[in-house]
Design a protein around this ligand. Structure first.
Ligand code: COA
Length: 631
């Protein structure tokens, strides 16, 4: 597609993407039953089946809601967008760190001294300005789908929210506000020792040079040196539950000084966090933890402002990365932005040498806060709750080095589907059951497309993991291989359905929300135990691939769950597995051990099967030879 490849996002208007479809009702209900049948008890399934059949019967509630949904599709650009945004993010009352905001962890940087770290930060800020300029001028190259069903153009809208959005807390539902491009902000907020500063990035209609930014950052660091001048750590409030933070924000806004400070933070391009050394060994897992929660009140937990979409973290000890408020965009967009920045930092010559690029500027302003005993109490309570989150997060970053995408492609299997099946095997090895699983599937092929869910705990995956682990029954390699292929096919087919707008989660949510909009009694299908359980994603997974050395991670979405983010490369796969220490059923290290074992067993199975296939005479014997499962 040589012509299309030259297109930029500016041209996208000329080729309008299709609208997200509304799948046929019967198709969704059938898939729903297929997804849950093997995950619930037989009796419960019978009950669910009857409820679903009644819902989908001719003239039933389902038909009424489906009709309304199709009308909504006609009237809106994307019928599911608002429903999904509220359900997935804005209605969620949990604290943003760990529970919602994913992070990118950059390779550990080696800074000789503080100045070196500030030089890195200045360069990063210049990179942000360059990237923002591409976005503002609509000059970002238009993206095309890769992998399954490659080649279709993708919706670029998420990029336009990177530097212009802010998530406001509220008592029941947060709101995501996006500035109009015309009112684009021209300042960043720099956090240093829990103090917040306004860094104007434009002076006399000209962007600050790298040298000027460095000089401003040095002034900020200097201004924070005197501990007595430091104001209380207000940023910690944003790490709290959304309702708690909304209440605290109400208390803050009673004072004009606080209102002014909030307004400046809420309208900034991004936050840059200059973090103190954490004192922790800079392992992948520790850097991931620090990026996810800042290490709590005693470390950099208050040196954050979680409502803002992008927070770039530069730790004086070389721990660097990005914290992303998730409601405005997906991890894939975050990756593109982060990769641009890393390439900018490492790839382009420093502007520092050009002394002509320096103007003496007034120092950045420190944001002022008015505190009182009530607010002091709120700060302390938020700090305690963040500490609990810090103590609770169990993170394991695992680089599986034995093979990567290339080996899987050689088996003529989809790498993503293969990894998903391996995750199911790992879970089964740990818990002897499969559970509702979420895998994000991009629907950016459609206007304003975000994601839907691939329910990876398929019946075929269950059959496969049983064949690999059953101690009582022995399965031949060819039986196991058949089950593996069935599981991978089922997963691949679900993926294709999801990325073409035919998955079930968005559709079921749409039906539920339309019923609410119509003030109808909640349909029985959505009160059913099976539906409620099927939305508790004990395994929450996502592929976030990178082309530059860095990795993405996030926390579990339920107390008894795992977060599993993976980054498949040609010869290795990076996994970030998270869980909560407070839950006795989960353990990240145990999961990773099972994952490693399972990946090796699947490789051995594939290798034995291909060896058997290339040696027909011996193979009938070898393939027919039962093996003790999973050992
Ligand atoms: N044999 C050989 N090769 C195969 C194959 C097969 N049977 N099936 C797929 N492949 C190849 C593909 O052609 C592709 O090749 P490429 O590396 O040259 O592009 C590669 O394997 C990867 O394809 P696959 O593993 O099937 O996955 P995918 O790249 O299509 O990804 C999803 C699947 C679901 C992850 C993707 O569609 C998606 O939605 N990604 C976004 C996820 C997201 O939003 N994450 C962030 C959430 S915050």
């Amino acid at each position: 597609m040589p012509i299309l490849e030259k297109e930029t996002a500016r041209d996208q208007g000329s080729q309008v993407l299709p609208k997200v479809p509304v799948p046929p009702l019967k198709q969704t209900l059938d898939t729903y039953l297929k997804c849950v049948q093997h995950l619930v008890k037989e009796q419960q399934f019978k009950k669910t089946k009857a409820i679903v059949e009644k819902f989908g019967a001719p003239g039933g509630v389902g038909e009424v809601l489906q009709k309304k949904l199709v009308e909504r599709r006609d009237k809106t650009t994307n019928w599911v967008y608002d429903y999904w945004l509220e359900d997935m993010y804005l209605n969620n009352r949990l604290a943003l760190p760990v529970n919602s905001s994913p992070v990118m962890v950059f390779p550990k940087q080696t800074f000789r001294d503080q100045k070196d770290a500030l030089r890195f930060a200045a360069r990063l800020i210049r990179g942000v300005l360059e990237y923002k300029a591409l976005i503002d001028t609509r000059a970002l190259p238009l993206e095309f789908a890769r992998g399954q069903l490659a080649g279709t153009p993708l919706c670029m809208e998420q990029y336009y929210r990177l530097f212009t959005s802010y998530r406001y807390p509220d008592l029941k539902t947060d709101s995501l506000k996006v500035h109009a491009a015309s009112s684009a902000p021209e300042h960043m907020i720099v956090a240093c020792k829990n103090q917040f500063f306004v860094l104007d990035v434009v002076a006399n209609s000209k962007h600050l040079s790298e040298t000027e930014i460095l000089s401003q950052l040095e002034k900020i660091v200097k201004m924070t040196e005197n501990a007595e001048e430091r104001l209380p750590p207000f940023g910690i409030l944003t790490s709290d539950g959304r309702t708690e933070w909304a209440q605290a924000r109400d208390a803050l806004t009673k004072d004009k000084t606080n209102r002014d400070s909030l307004a400046l933070i809420e309208s900034c391009i991004c936050v840059v966090c200059l973090d103190e050394p954490s004192g922790l060994e800079p392992s992948d897992a520790n850097r991931a933890l620090l990026m996810l929660h800042g290490g709590g009140r005693e470390k950099n937990g208050a040196n954050r402002w979680y409502d803002k979409s992008l927070q770039f973290v530069v730790g004086m000890d070389g721990t660097c990365g990005v914290v992303c408020e998730h409601s405005a965009f997906e991890g894939i967009v975050l990756v593109q932005c982060s990769e641009f920045l890393m390439k900018y930092i490492t790839g382009s010559p420093s502007e520092m040498v050009k002394s002509s690029n320096f103007r003496e500027l007034p120092p950045p302003r420190r944001l002022l806060w008015k505190c009182n005993p009530n607010i002091q109490g709120l700060l302390s309570a938020s700090g305690d709750r963040l500490q609990r989150l810090v103590n609770n997060l169990d993170m394991d970053v695992f680089k599986f080095k034995v093979y990567g995408k290339e080996f899987i492609k050689k088996q003529k299997m989809s790498p993503d589907a293969f990894i998903q099946v391996a995750l199911q095997l790992a879970f089964y090895k740990c818990s002897r059951r499969l559970v509702p699983t979420y895998e994000s599937a991009s629907i950016r092929r459609f206007q304003q497309g975000r994601v839907d869910n691939i329910r990876s705990a398929t019946a075929e995956a269950l059959a496969f993991v049983k064949s690999m682990t059953d101690e009582r029954v022995t399965y031949t390699d060819s039986e196991k291989m058949k089950r593996l292929r069935d599981a991978i096919n089922a997963q691949t087919n679900y993926t294709i359905a999801a990325i073409t707008g035919m998955a079930i989660d968005n559709h079921l949510l749409g039906l539920l929300r339309v019923a609410k909009d119509l003030n109808m009694e909640k349909p029985e299908i959505f009160c059913d135990e099976t539906y409620l359980a099927s939305n508790q994603f004990i395994l929450s997974t996502s592929q976030v691939p990178t082309t530059v050395e860095m990795f993405c991670c996030y926390g579990p979405v339920v107390p008894n769950g795992y977060g599993a983010c993976y980054n498949p490369q040609s010869d290795h796969i990076m996994f970030c597995v998270s869980s909560f220490w407070e839950n006795t059923e989960t353990s990240s290290v145990v999961f990773v051990k099972a994952l490693n074992e399972g990946l090796l067993e699947i490789r051995d199975l594939c290798n034995r099967s291909s060896a058997a296939a290339t040696k027909p005479a011996e193979s009938s014997q070898a393939a027919g030879q039962p093996r003790k499962s999973g050992k």
